[in-house]
Design a protein around this ligand. Structure first.
Ligand code: SAH
Ligand code: MG
Length: 196
């Protein structure tokens, strides 16, 4: 992996306010992939390709399909993936994830897109999960806002968004088909394993 290019991608994210995974979040994902011999990954929310590239970097036999709906970010991701010569291992789809039709099955599905739509993403893409697969969701803490009292959040839109993140948490807790662990890593990560 070309460290300079990775640094450039991180600098770009910083400058342009692209919310890429934090270092501890990425390290968690990388370890998870190693320990569970994950080979096929579906990512919802590419942004500029950083997490897809990092997950791919674990080993040469890992393949990532990743979906992004924002044109500018999609183009930047395309550029970064080409720079690193990963076009054969990262399949980038420029579309709203809720409109994409995918038939393949994946060992790991990583949801890191619009927080308000997490239940929809989960219900749509669990059909693409291998029997022993895992769904990991980022931003469960929503920058700490989830832990705050409703009254402390003054913007109505933000309150609604926080409520949706909380609803998703409840949805996972009450989902009989999965066991979910909530980890205080990065912005909060949920790890949902299908019960066998
Ligand atoms: N996983 C990336 C960061 C993703 S940021 C990383 O760590 O490097 C979240 C991205 O999801 C944004 O770029 C946003 O445009 C995208 N997104 C949000 N909702 C989406 C949807 N419904 N379909 C596709 N992309 C979506
Ligand atoms: Mg995120």
């Amino acid at each position: 992996m070309n460290e300079n290019i990775i640094r450039q991608i991180k600098n770009y994210a910083d400058k342009e306010n692209v919310p890429i995974m934090t270092d501890d979040g990425i390290n968690y994902l990388i370890n998870y992939i190693k320990e569970n011999a994950v080979k096929n990954i579906l990512e919802i929310g590419t942004a500029i390709g950083y997490s897809a590239i990092m997950m791919c970097s674990v080993s040469d036999d890992i393949f990532v399909t990743t979906i992004e709906r924002d044109e500018k970010r999609y183009l930047e991701a395309l550029k970064n993936i080409k720079l690193l010569g990963l076009e054969n291992r990262i399949r980038l789809i420029y579309k709203d994830a809720l409109e994409v039709v995918i038939d393949e099955k994946y060992d790991l599905i990583f949801i890191d897109a619009a927080k308000a739509q997490n239940i929809k993403f989960f219900e749509k893409f669990e059909n693409n999960l291998n029997n022993n697969g895992t769904i990991i969701t980022d931003n469960m803490n929503f920058h700490g806002l989830v832990l705050k009292n409703d009254k402390e959040i003054t913007s109505r839109n933000l309150r609604q968004l926080v409520r949706k993140v909380k609803n998703y948490k409840t949805f996972l807790e009450e989902n009989d088909k999965y066991t979910t662990e909530f980890l205080d890593i990065g912005d909060g990560v949920a790890v949902s394993k299908r019960k066998i």
